[in-house]
Design a protein around this ligand. Structure first.
Ligand code: KIV
Ligand code: NA
Length: 288
């Protein structure tokens, strides 16, 4: 999957599918399911590392999970993904200081993971300059506006954006400017469907919605959320209300682990079927 192929889907109005992945098995799963775009999102901080926000995620953590060809990393999305377009999320603090630092970090990530595109949040003047610098330097950039989780502190929480006319107009303007700066697609997170529709109709690159209604060019969901994996019976982490759970994998995992424990406790596991190793014929004599 390339950006050119993505553009073709967009011009044919074929909905683009995108999901996150954070390690080898999740990458293999999204690839096998035929998902078009895989994001190693900084949401890994919340669904994999158990943080409350994405702010603590470091550049090295993203690097570790994206990584392709070093022995150090077993968590390698790019080693699990063959077909999808792979996008690495630039984490909080890795691209704000200057366009040059953003460029340096983006190159590091792309080379380590052999991927070709990154995503970053926001569309203020400094961010737009950074996008331009990255694109001019040969890096494909995906934008992300609306609810930008890395703005948790300055926004004072995770809040839907674009409910009021002024905000909606501003979102359209941000999207336009991101397109001018050279992004190949834009994630719209938690904005009213009507606003996402307007943005989508007024720009010339695909919009990928999450909590943004049905009119975007594609949809993205977080792996653990869409699988219903966060339903730990005794934990407070919740799936966002816009997220449909297409399965209840958390329940399946819980049941399997409890069953394992039960069978061990009552000595029904392992039985002979799972005790494959035998001493060679006659050798048992040694214990007599
Ligand atoms: O980190 C992430 O998972 C994301 C998607 C929700 C777009 O940024
Ligand atoms: Na993200």
């Amino acid at each position: 999957m390339t950006i050119v192929e993505l553009k073709k889907m967009y011009s044919k109005k074929i909905p683009i599918t995108m999901a996150t992945a954070y390690d080898f098995p999740s990458a293999v799963h999204v690839d096998l399911a035929g998902i078009d775009v895989v994001l190693v999102g900084d949401s890994l901080g919340m669904v994999v590392l158990g943080y409350d926000t994405t702010l603590p995620v470091t550049f090295d953590e993203i690097l570790h999970h994206c990584r392709n060809h070093t022995y150090a990393s077993k968590l390698a999305v790019s080693r699990g993904c063959k077909r999808p377009l792979l996008v690495g999320d630039l984490p909080f603090g890795s691209y704000e200081i200057s366009a040059q630092e953003a460029q340096r970090n983006a190159y590091r990530l792309l080379k380590a993971a052999t991927l070709t595109s990154i995503k970053l949040e926001g569309a203020d003047a400094a961010r737009l300059r950074t996008v331009e610098t990255l694109v001019n330097g040969g890096i494909a950039v995906m934008g992300h506006i609306g609810l930008t989780p890395q703005s948790y502190s300055t926004l004072g929480g995770f809040r839907a954006q674009g409910k009021h006319a002024q905000q909606a107009v501003s979102l359209i303007e941000q999207a336009r400017q991101l397109v001018n700066a050279g992004v190949f697609a834009i994630v719209l997170e938690c904005v009213p469907a009507e606003v996402a529709k307007e943005v989508t109709e007024r720009i010339s690159v695909p919009t990928i919605g999450i909590g943004a209604g049905m009119h975007t060019s594609g949809q993205v969901l977080v792996y653990h959320d869409l699988l219903g994996m966060m339903q730990h019976p005794h934990h407070a982490k919740v799936t966002p209300k816009f997220c449909k759970q297409f399965s209840s994998v958390g329940v399946t995992i819980n049941e399997a682990l409890k069953e394992f424990r039960r069978e061990v406790r009552e000595r029904s596991f392992p039985d002979l079927n799972f005790s494959p190793y035998k001493m060679a014929a006659g050798e048992l004599e040694i214990f007599k």
